[in-house]
Write a protein that binds this ligand. Structure first.
Ligand code: GLA
Length: 359
């Protein structure tokens, strides 16, 4: 690629899930934020309907736009951007040939929404190139479908929504039933420490889809449309529910309740209360949803012992990946340093802005 004429550029952030674990595909509520680590996509239009994808981490992929399909082997990394091409074409966006270079700052497979950030950055880039716009939630769904297609994981909309709607200094409250997106101010004197356990998530291995099926089965057994419509009272009534399904339901119901409580606590400026909710959430992940690992539990124990840490939990799908700790800003660097000393890759962040594109 030479010169900067006709160069298009997009970036999309990864995300942290603050509370509302696995609630998105149960029509529940979730509180998250975009982080200041992004995926960059830059490139140009290219003649003859060719698609050329370059990555700073993977081998190049060349393919024709006509009849574009998913790749095998070493080229599989390109399935997220190619999945977005396929989905945009099917919504009627006129995609032409293009050359694009991709660079990611979001740790992969750490539960920080790296694949959604890649899909969203690609979608912003391609829309800019095509001089088209899509309503943000429709764009989120395009990227979600691309991800379902590429990874075979039936994830909810959390990652894409946070990457698109992220706002500096604000968390994002997403109601996955009404699809309302609301910014919630993040306390000025707090930060998040993100610590990656280094254990790659095994989402595609089927545990995620299994949890999805279990929660849907629990809703059906409880006679509600989705676990969003169940409550602790319903669960504690004398209903006949298999013990595993009861635990899965307890997690989702508890997570929805914790999201609402967090919003109330934040209105009162009760940061300590928010930290407690993070601790409760992790305990429920550990015992009810069983999506933690011994490495994540150890990291969380260590995080909770650090100065200024108000609470900690796993973030995202679980089964490996990263934790977040809510921390007073004044102590965050020291706490992160101590966690890194324990072997985890850590960084300190505050809620960041969402995806952008320009040319
Ligand atoms: C993954 C999925 C999200 C969400 C979380 C768990 O990050 O991509 O849709 O389900 O797990 O809350």
């Amino acid at each position: 690629m030479t010169g900067s004429q006709g160069l298009f550029w997009a970036e999309a952030p990864g995300r942290v899930e603050i509370l509302g674990n696995h609630t998105d595909y149960n029509e529940g509520v979730v509180l998250g934020a975009a982080i200041d680590r992004v995926v960059h996509v830059r490139g140009i239009a290219q003649a003859h309907g060719r698609i050329s994808l370059r990555s700073t981490s993977y081998s190049p992929v060349e393919t024709a736009l006509s009849g574009v399909r998913l790749q095998e082997g070493n080229a599989r990394w390109a399935n997220y951007p190619l999945g977005v091409v396929i989905e945009l074409l099917s919504t009627g966006v006129p995609i032409s040939g293009f050359w694009a270079e991709i660079e990611s700052e979001v740790p992969a497979a750490a539960g920080l929404g790296s694949s959604a950030a890649l899909s969203v950055a690609t979608a912003f880039f391609l829309l800019k190139l095509a001089r088209r716009e899509l309503p943000p939630l429709e764009l989120a769904r395009v990227c979600q479908r691309a991800e379902h297609r590429s990874a075979g994981v039936h994830s909810g909309l959390l990652d894409q929504v946070m990457s698109i709607f992220g706002q500096t200094n604000h968390m994002v409250l997403f109601d996955c039933r009404s699809e309302e997106v609301r910014p919630v101010a993040f306390p000025a004197d707090l930060a998040f420490i993100i610590a990656d356990s280094g254990i790659k998530r095994e989402l595609a291995a089927g545990k995620y889809n299994q949890r999805r099926a279990e929660t849907h089965a629990a809703a059906q057994a409880l006679g509600v449309r989705a676990l969003r419509d169940a409550s602790s009272a319903i669960l504690n009534a004398d209903v006949d529910l298999a013990p595993t399904l009861r635990r899965r339901a307890a997690h989702i119901i508890g997570e929805n309740e914790r999201v609402w409580r967090a919003c109330q606590l934040l209105e009162r400026g009760d940061a300590g209360g928010l930290g407690e909710l993070l601790n409760e959430s992790h305990e429920s992940s550990r015992t009810n949803f069983q999506n933690s690992t011994s490495e994540l539990d150890e990291l969380i124990d260590l995080a909770r012992k650090q100065p200024g840490v108000l609470g900690a939990r796993l973030t995202g799908g679980g089964f490996g990946g990263a934790i977040i700790a809510l921390c007073e800003t004044a102590s965050a660097a020291e706490a992160a340093h101590n966690l890194a000393h324990g072997g985890a890759q850590t960084f300190v962040c505050r809620p960041a802005g969402g995806a952008l594109a320009r040319n």
